[in-house]
Design a protein around this ligand. Structure first.
Ligand code: ZN
Length: 429
């Protein structure tokens, strides 16, 4: 089986490569990257005018399996990933049951390998049932395929427990991913605390709740000399705390979501529950700080925090709606439209933050194009115009703050292990 991707603009951030070139794939492996590759009996894909990149990597998604299949499952979630151009996703453990032991990790990994159409990495819980009381089987999970440990969805209030988790995961060279939020401060807040929350009469969640939590976690990582990843950073002071920590040599990484980079709390005006998310959409000064953090390397990765819910769960009054919305199918288009076509960030850097950057954070063998390496590749049409319509989504989550938005640029083909899993928006199961 030979496949030749012909004449595309090949961008590979890991080697700062940006050239018009052909890519030859044989038996699922990248065989050659170069100009005018001549080969017999290969399937040809004309990539002229298109961008050929490493398959996109998203290290923060919720696939909802096991137990919450009304929201999403491995099949629908990985189809959504393929549709959006992602070839590798890492899923969070806040399922039912919580993924907090090695049997569950192995079971989910097996399900993902048999049912998933893209690569799925598993993140194990830090505490048993994510209750923040007792450590989960961290070592066992990491030895059985988990790539990181997190109580995402909850802040681990007990600093002693968090410290123990950091030290334990560090033995295995893996990161603790922290959901940084002082829950006493954020309390009943349903949106960012500021002028807009006051105007709308909604209870605010102050950014300082994130700042305090990020400070604590960074200090514990520094004190124990261990590996920390801060999930979905959204506040300007938190970005700066991480920037300063990196300068001191703390081994901390962080990510920003597509929505925190491109939307403000103005989106909440109208009380559309598709804008409710945690951490909340913040004001422009915070959005600007995230972009600055992305540009100067403080922020290592762009993620979706894809968090689908069943339609009726979100179809309630704003304060009762669950946090989170779907993101895999809109991420690339939104980032290209809002950040690249506007000149705020270069194409190479954006692709780095969606491939090699996140792969490096979790130590995944993904996110780069390498001769002899697995052919996980995304083909992007940067100029294709389209309108977000959740009825066409593969994900079960139909809520998105970008509904009806006109975008420019999207993935037109997704290749996993040398095989097309998506072409022109159509996913092959
Ligand atoms: Zn979270």
């Amino acid at each position: 089986m030979k496949l030749l991707l012909k004449g595309g603009r090949v961008i590979n951030p890991a080697t700062a490569y940006d050239e018009i070139a052909d890519v030859l794939i044989e038996d699922g492996i990248i065989k050659e990257i170069g100009s005018h590759i001549a080969v017999d009996n290969a399937e040809i894909y004309e990539a002229e005018g298109l961008i050929v990149t490493p398959g996109l990597v998203d290290i923060h998604v919720h696939l909802r399996e096991p137990g919450l299949e009304a929201k999403e499952d491995i099949v629908s979630g990985t189809q959504a990933a393929a549709a959006g151009g992602f070839t590798t996703v890492a899923c969070m453990p806040n399922t039912r049951p919580i993924i907090d032991n090695s049997i569950l990790v192995a079971g989910l990994k097996h399900r993902a390998q048999t049912e998933g159409i893209v690569n799925v990495e598993i993140i194990g819980a830090m505490s048993k049932s994510q209750e923040g009381k007792e450590l989960a089987e961290i070592g066992d999970m990491l030895l059985n395929g988990a790539v990181a440990i997190s109580d995402d969805g909850h802040f681990v209030n007990n600093a002693r427990l968090f410290r123990a988790g950091l030290e334990y995961a560090n033995i295995f060279g893996k990161r603790i991913i922290s959901h940084a939020e002082d829950e006493n401060l954020s309390s009943e807040g349903v949106m960012h605390e500021g002028a807009v929350s006051t105007r709308l009469g909604l209870v605010g969640n102050p950014s300082v709740s994130e700042d305090i939590a990020v400070s604590r976690d960074v200090m514990l990582a520094e004190y124990t000399n261990s590996l920390l990843h801060v999930a979905h950073v959204s506040s300007k002071n938190a970005v700066d705390i991480i920037r300063q920590a990196k300068k001191r040599g703390v081994n901390v990484t962080t990510e920003a979501t597509v929505h925190h980079l491109t939307l403000t709390d103005d989106a909440v005006i109208g009380y559309n529950t598709a804008t409710k998310v945690n951490p909340p959409l913040r004001s422009q000064d915070h959005v600007d700080a995230l972009l600055a953090g992305l540009l100067d390397g403080t922020i290592d990765a762009i993620v979706t925090d894809h968090a689908p819910h069943a339609y009726e769960e979100k179809d309630v009054e704003y304060r009762y709606a669950p946090s989170g919305f779907t993101g895999l199918e809109t991420a690339l288009g939104v980032i290209l439209t809002e950040l690249v076509h506007t000149g705020k960030i270069g194409l190479m850097q954006v692709i780095e933050k969606m491939t090699y950057g996140p792969a490096k954070v979790l130590g995944l063998n993904a996110g780069c194009l390498k001769v002899g390496g697995k052919a996980d590749i995304t083909i992007v049409n940067p100029g294709q115009e389209w309108t977000v319509d959740s009825r066409t989504f593969y994900t079960r989550g139909k809520h998105t703050p970008y509904e009806g938005k006109k975008l420019k640029g999207r993935a037109v083909a997704t290749i996993v292990g040398g095989k097309f899993v998506m072409k022109n928006g159509e996913v092959f199961a």
